[in-house]
Design a protein around this ligand. Sequence first.
Ligand SMILES: Nc1ncnc2c1ncn2[C@@H]1O[C@H](COP(=O)(O)OP(=O)(O)OP(=O)(O)O)[C@@H](O)[C@H]1O
Ligand SMILES: [Mg+2]
Length: 238
Amino acid sequence: MKLIDAQHISHSYNGKDLVLDDICLTIRRGEFLSILGASGSGKTTLLSVLGGIERPTSGKVFVDGEDICAANESRRAVLRRTKIGFVFQFFNLAPYLTVEQNILVPILLGGKGKKSVAERLDKLLSVIGLEDRRNSLPGKLSGGEQQRVAIARGLICGPDAILLDEPTGNLDSVNSEGIMCLLGEINRRFGTTVIQVTHSEKNAGYGSRVLCISDGRITGDVSLRADGKDDVSEERLR
Ligand SMILES: Nc1ncnc2c1ncn2[C@@H]1O[C@H](COP(=O)(O)OP(=O)(O)OP(=O)(O)O)[C@@H](O)[C@H]1O
Ligand SMILES: [Mg+2]
């Protein structure tokens, strides 16, 4: 079942050079997709377009059947809160808010889900292994722990997908592996579609599918899950 359907996406920031060049891409519910490519190949731009942060110069993006390029800004903001969670390389946590308060920021901005927020918060704190640090400030946490908090924040509204831009770009190899395993667990346990951008072939190997991009074009698209099944979760966050 399609979750994101990008049709003939092209994008230019300056009106002439194409950063994305006629990309067609369908992402099914429950996939764990890694977007792999060299610096400047258009990975961040593609992620921003798929998640409705950036409007492409041409082409259409459907999220759960809805054309997000046609949606107005306020509708796009709602879609970003409810259907898609974002995680960035540099965590972007608020330094004066505790772990728990940081995770709840999207709720304060108006997001919600079906289950009670308190229940989801407890579940996410347990999944990221930081239940006993819920009242700590981010400055007291390691980089890997801070990224776990950012991931929980991206999941608090119970989105269909979580989009991550080089989530381990700022972490050492031990912490990177921990984050990749956490993403795998979230994907399997909650059925959340995971889309990550990475420079690392090793990190790309944790997912179910690898998309290679070069100069704004798709140059490879490989499925890594032998059974072809993606949506195998039993538990839902919503
Ligand atoms: N806001 C912007 N304004 C103008 N040009 C931009 C903007 N963002 C990106 N670009 C240009 O678009 C191209 C693709 O950039 P993008 O950030 O998507 O690449 P990337 O694959 O994510 O690179 P990296 O691995 O270094 O993060 C680059 O040439 C970049 O300079
Ligand atoms: Mg980038």
